[in-house]
Design a protein around this ligand. Sequence first.
Ligand code: B3K
Ligand code: ZN
Length: 891
Amino acid sequence: MREGSAPLIRREDYTAPAYTIRQAELTFDLDAAKTIVASKLSVQRDTAQDKQPLRLHGEDLNLLRVLVDGQSVAFRHEDGLLVLEAPEADSFTLEIRNTIAPEKNTQLSGLYASGSGLFTQCEAEGFRRITYFLDRPDVMATFTVTLRADKAKYPVLLSNGNLVGQGELDGGRHFAVWNDPFPKPSYLFALVAADLVRREQRVTSRSGQEHLLQIYVKRGDLEKTEHAMNSLIASIIWDEHRFGLPLDLERFMIVAVDDFNMGAMENKGLNIFNTKFVLASPATATDDDFDGIESVVGHEYFHNWTGNRITCRDWFQLSLKEGLTVFRDQEFSMDMSGSASARAVRRIADVSSLRERQFTEDAGAMAHPVRPDAYQAIDNFYTPTIYEKGAEVVRMMHTLVGRAGFAAGMKLYFQRHDGQAVTCDDFAQAIADANPDSTLAQQLPLFKRWYSQAGTPRLQARGQWDADNATYTLTLSQHTPATPGQSAKQPQLLPVRMGLVGRDGQPVALQLQGEAGAAGTERVLVLTEAEQRFVFTGVTQDVVPSLLRGFSAPVLLDDGLGDAELLVLLAHDADAFNRWEASQRLAVHRLRAAVQGSGAVQLDEAYLGALRALLLDPVLDPSFKARALQLPVETYLAELITPVDPQRIHAACESWLDQVAACLQADWAATFDAMQVREGYRPDATQSGQRALANLALAMLVRHAVATGDAVWPGRAFQRVKDATNMTDRLGALEALVNAHAPLAQPALERFLALAGTEALVVDKWFQVQARAAEKDGRVFARVRQLLQHPQFTLSNPNRARSVLSSLVMFNPAAFHRSDAAGYVLWADMVIALDAANPQLASRIARALDRWTALAEPYRSAAREAIARVAASTRLSGDVREIVTRALDAA
Ligand code: B3K
Ligand code: ZN
C-alpha cells in the first residue's frame, strides 16, 4: 500500500466472511520475470447473511480473466479489491488467471526471487500478491497446487502437503503436484522453486507412523544442517511427550532462503527459514546461533498445532498463536537445557529480552495491548508485545493452574477448536474451564485485562517486620501508567511468586495469618486489587523479601530494597533468577547515581567483593556468572534512568566496566584460563557457559590492558581471532578488541573478514561487530558510514541491512543518539531509502525513535525533527506511515 495513510482496521468491526473458499486448485507456470497463476476456487456463500458482492483481495496483480462456473462475468476494482456481483448460485466455481513478476518483488512478501530461486512469504497478507483470494485467516481451504517450471533452473518444486504427482514436460520443463489435506488459511500457503540440495531423515512417531523430514539448502550448505535436523527431531519428540501433540504430516520440510524479512515461517508442512536459523557449523555459528536455531526450529514446528491446526479468527488475535507458541518454544528450550541452573539461565535470557524490547515498546509511541484494538498495517504488529508479553500471559496462566492443569487446558482447547479459526478468549476460556477451581477460572475477566490493557504495570512492595508479634506484613500495590490512546488503567491480576530470606541467608517458613501451619518456603501471592496486605506469622527475625521469583509477572518491581538487602539476595536467594536480579539492581543503583551525578561510577569495596565472590564461586554455573557479571543493556537502562541521556548512560557503563576490569584483573585472568574448553566443540549448556564466561573475562582483560598500555592480552585476543576452532571464541576475541578500540582491532577485523570468505552469515557478523561496538569519540558512527559504502554491503538483503542499520539504531544508543543529530539524519535517509523497496524492513528500522519523547535535550528536539522529515515524505508505505504518525502523535 503506497502513498497516503492506510485506513484504520478496528477489532470491533469484525464480521464473519460473506463467502468462504472450500477448495483451491492453483497452477503456477513459474518464471522469475513473469509467472502465470491460474486458480480454480470452490466458493460458498454464507446464506445466513444478506447477499453481498464477492470482494477478493489482490495487490500488484495483472488480471487476465475471471470466470464463474465457466462463464465470463463483469467485475470492477474498488479500494484494492476485485468486486464481482453476487452470482446466482450459493456455491460456484470461480476461475481466475493472472500474472505476477517475482523478480520485481523487492518487498519479499508474496512470490519473490532470492538468488536463482523463487520463494513465498504469505503471512500476514502476502497471498493477495500472488492471486485474488479471500485473504483472511478465517477462510480455510484445502489446496492442490501444480507447479511447472524449467527443470534445469528449478529442479526442486515444493508446496504444502504431500507430493501426489510429478513428471516431465516439453521444452526442458517439469512439473510437481502437491496436495495438502488440511484446510488452511491462505497465509499458510507456500511454494519453493529452486536449485537446492537436501538432508533427510525418516522418523517413526509413538503411534508407529513414519514421517519424512527434509531440510533444503543451497549447494555447499548441507553439512551445516545437522543441528537444525536434530532440533527438528527433538521438537517432534518434545511436543508429543509434553503436550501429547504428534506430527500429523507424512512429510515435513524446512527450506532455507538468503533473503527473508524475519526469522522463519510456519507454512503447513513447508516451513521457510531465514538461513540464519538453519545453517550452523562450529566454524560459522556461535553458541547463541545454535540456541537460536533450536528455538526457532521448535517455534515453527510447534505452530503446526498452535497456529495451523487451530488458527486465528482475525489478526487482532495474533497473540493466540504467537504468544502461545513462544511460551512453548521457551519451555522446549528450558527442557532441552538440562540442569536447573541452565533452566534459570534460559529464563534470565528470556526476561532480559522481554525487558529490553517489550518494556521499551510498552513505554513508547507504539504501545498496544496483547490483543490490539486497531491497526493500519498488520505487519507492524508482529511485535515483542504480541510475542513475548503474550508468552508471559500464557506463562501466568500456567503458574495459576499448574503444569498438569495447563496440560488439561491445552487438551480441552484442542478438543473444542481443532480445525477452527478462534480468538484469545476461546483459549483463555479453555484453560479456565479445565481448571474450574483455580484462581484463573474464578478471576477470568480480571485476568483477561492482560489482553486488553497496554503498558507495563508497576508493582510496589513494602515490608514491615513487627518483632513483638513476630509478623511480617507485606503491602503490595500496583498501577499502570497511561499509554497512547488508553489513559485510564485498572488493576490487573499479578501472580507474585515469593519467599522470605533471613539476614543469614536462610529461607523462612511461610505461614499467612489465618493458616493452620507453615507450609514451605515459597508460594504464589495473587494481587487482584490496587493494594493488598499479606501478613506472615511466626517471623522471628527481620527478613528480606524475595519477590517475583522467576519473574512470575511481566511488571516493573519497586521493592525499595537497599544494597545491604540486595547483597543478601545475591549471595543466598534460593531462586537463581532473583540472585541474578539482585546483581542487576546493585549495578543499576550505581549507574543511576553516576548518570544523575558526576558521570563516573564509584564502586565500593563491598560491591566489588560481592562481584569477586560471584566470579570465584566454586558451585555456580559459569553461564550464570557470565549473566550476573554483565550490565543490563543501555536501551533497558534508558527505561530506568529518565529523562534519557544516552551519552551519560554510556559513559557510566564504560566507567563501571573500566573499574570492574581493573579491580578484578587477576580474577579475570584466572577465570579466563580456568574456563578453557579442552574437549571437542559441543553447543551444549556446559560448554557454552564456559565459553561465555571466558569471553567476558577476555573482554575485561583486553579493556584493562588497552587502558594501561599492556600488550599481552590484546596479543592473545588477536591470536585467538586467527586460531580459534569455533566461532564463539573467534567472535568473542574480535569483540574484545573492537569494543576496547585496541590497536590490534583493525588487523583482527581484516583477518576475520578474510577467514569469512563467502559465508554470508559470517560476513554479517563482521558488519555487526563494528556497528554495535562501544562508541568512543564518534568513531563507531564514522565507521558505520564507511560500512554503508563497503562493497559487501547491500540494502537489498535484510540480514545484511540489519547487520549495520539495526545494529546502530536499535542496539547502539551511544553511537546513534548524537548531539549533532547526525545519527537521526542517517536514520531518516535510510528509512526513506529502504521504504521504497521493502516497507516491512523499513518500518522496523523506523521504530528506533519510538521513545523519542523520553529523550533529554538536545536529542529530543532533533529526533522529532527527523521523524517529521520522514513523515513529510510523500511516497511512504502504509507501514512506515503508521510508525511515524504514531511517533509524532505521542508528543
Ligand atoms: N508467523 C511468522 C511471522 C510472520 C511475520 C509477517 N510479517 C513467524 C513466526 O512467528 O513463527
Ligand atoms: Zn510464531
